[in-house]
Design a protein. Structure first.
Length: 132
């Protein structure tokens, strides 16, 4: 059995940050027609996804997940991404960067700066084509 946790300044600060994040996510859900949450399966995007799920619980979330890949992902990551989105019932939009496909871009062999540039070029394409 877990002991009751004391309400410390740290916990109160964390709770206020989480409440603010949930407020912002709900506001975005109310203001935009097709909101999306970027989902790389990393810890940052997983935390945003968790907050977004909390924001609309118990209803189904009002957003889709956007996964941008450079085609250099491990099969396990792709499978986890597919299972996670199926389990929570949200649409998963996957976009492969043209830059990554052309150059066989893999973050582990090319470095994060090149990978980030490929992601940013893809993001620009999505904005120009009005997918975002």
């Amino acid at each position: 059995m877990y002991a009751l946790q004391k309400r410390t300044t740290h916990n109160i600060h964390y709770e206020s940050l989480e409440a603010e994040a949930i407020y912002i996510i709900r506001k975005v859900g109310a203001q935009f027609r097709r909101p999306m949450v970027p989902y790389s399966v990393g810890k940052d995007s997983s935390m945003v996804l968790h907050r977004a799920l909390k924001a609309f619980y118990p209803s189904k979330p009002l957003f889709s997940l956007l996964h941008i890949t450079s085609t250099g992902k491990f099969r396990e990551i792709i499978a986890f991404c597919d299972r996670s989105t199926a389990k929570i019932g949200v649409d998963l939009i996957v976009h492969a960067t043209e830059h990554g496909v052309r150059q066989g871009l893999r973050p582990s062999t090319r470095g994060s700066a090149v990978h980030t540039q490929g992601w940013l070029s893809c993001y620009g394409v999505l904005i120009r084509t009005r997918l975002l």
